[in-house]
Ligand binder design. Structure first.
Ligand code: ZN
Length: 135
């Protein structure tokens, strides 16, 4: 996930090196069990499995962002995998390798879903400047 500007100061100065070390540990593959999507690979999701773009589509000039119409008229959206480094405890200062994971966007979002719901709620609440009324 991109680092939010308000959290940037919470990351250590050597974050670029830490980020790179985790990508190298993961061999540039998503560390989510069973995923293995490769950093900057282009392809599509078939259920829970990432499928790299077949050579025939590369030869035809397809690229990430394109939609392929299949013979059965279904559509495939071609995506570029970008591995992001997740803090499992959601604490940017906690950069021990055991707390970090290289995950694709899909699995990082899945892991963070509950956390996102909470932070999105708090952001909306702060923007609205509303009072929390007792039920
Ligand atoms: Zn993944």
């Amino acid at each position: 996930m991109p680092i939010k500007p308000e959290n940037r100061s919470r990351y250590p100065k050597d974050w670029p090196e830490i980020h790179l070390a985790i990508l190298e540990r993961a061999k540039y593959r998503c560390e989510w069990p069973g995923c293995g999507a490769g950093h900057h690979h282009v392809g599509y999701w078939r259920g829970e499995q990432f499928v790299r773009m077949p050579q025939v589509l590369k030869d035809a000039g397809y690229k990430a962002g394109d939609i392929v119409i299949c013979s059965d008229r279904s559509e495939l959206k071609l995506l570029r995998i970008v591995l992001t480094i997740a803090h499992k405890d959601h604490t940017p200062e906690h950069c021990h390798p055991d707390n970090l994971a290289a995950w694709c966007q899909r699995h990082h979002l899945a892991y963070d879903q509950e956390h996102h719901k909470t932070t999105a709620y708090m952001s909306r609440k702060q923007r609205a400047c509303t009072l929390e009324l007792p039920l």
